[in-house]
Design a protein around this ligand. Sequence first.
Ligand code: PMP
Ligand code: GLN
Length: 396
Amino acid sequence: MKSQNDLLSATGTTIFTVMSALAVEHGAINLGQGFPDYDGPSDVIHAAAAALLDGRNQYPPMTGLPELREAVAAANRRFYGLEVDPKAEVVVTSGATEAITACLMAVLNPGDECVLIEPLYDTYLPVVRLLGAVPKLVRLSPPKWELPRAELAAAFGPKTKAILLNTPMNPAGKVFTAAELAFVADLLQRHDCYAICDEVYEHLTFDGWKHIPLMTLPGMRERCMRIGSAGKTFSLTGWKVGYVTCDRSLAPNVAKAHQNLTFTTPPNLQRGVAVGLMKDDRYFAELSATLQAKRDLLAAGLARLGFGVLETQGSYFVTTDVRPLGWTGDDVAFCRTLTQEAKVTAIPVTAFYAQPDAPNHYVRFAFCKGDAVLTEALRRIEAWLAARRGTAAAVA
Ligand code: PMP
Ligand code: GLN
């Protein structure tokens, strides 16, 4: 048989699927894949359910229900002061995952260079490569995840077409500062480049950290494609409704990519998301406050058990250093052992790096879970650590 697509054949199953399957196999609490174990707001769900029953089940308009595009434009104005034409500058997609691919397709030609920042979300690299573009990787390192400005500047050159920027960042929990974004914006202007802005965790920031869309910086309105996700904003990750906000000069190509990927996104779910985006400010404030409390519960608990806990400014995730526990193996071995023995699942952070020389003693835990689940996970890890120490003492 002739070989199939080489790039896909060489791409492994995503770490999220691998670890979720391992969690099921071992009856473990799954703090790996980032999905809430509670439902989203009931008015949003009821609006979608009603839209299933009142005949809204055929193809909606290709770029999204007018009602949802208007809600996306209104949210841009309310949260960021961005004025957006809902008819010409919003494209609704089947999740942020599709939006990322559609935006990359919209601007990249084979041979173009695209700057990616490690640690990176798992779809970025394969999609850039499938498009025949050349990834230029710039690495952020724990524990501070500071932007290495000289290296970032060096990654830009005459062939650079775009950067893919994720803030708040998965798995680092980093929120890019205004100064960092200004540095990126300057590079984009100097090299005449676009930015694909993965902002799915835009409403999940903590401790007073505020999400700043790169698109709001001077000169960035025409260069940025800003991506949101209903999955994250309404705790409904299975819905897969995403939305791209971009200038009218970019939207037609994003729409044409969407036309060729999925064409449309379920109209009933779009109706629910439109209701969600029109919710009052209190909903959005409570969402981040609730998640901040969960972060605190898990981060403080893990610190008490001896993990090195890194700061989480935003997202669903807390990253921990497992060396202070006395663990001498790598992060993958830690996550497997934790699943098998402690019955708690986490994600090895090396999965977010393209090169094998990545730091290999960091482990990501998702805290978008019920408080009782987080508490039970901590109890299990504590018991496992105590048993390990007991065994080590007995051997010695
Ligand atoms: N980007 C990042 C950084 C994410 O963490 C996720 C969520 N898994 C996505 C994109 C995908 O979002 P969606 O589920 O809307 O496709
Ligand atoms: N974004 C989620 C995470 O990082 C997972 C999404 C997925 O499984 N593709 O855990």
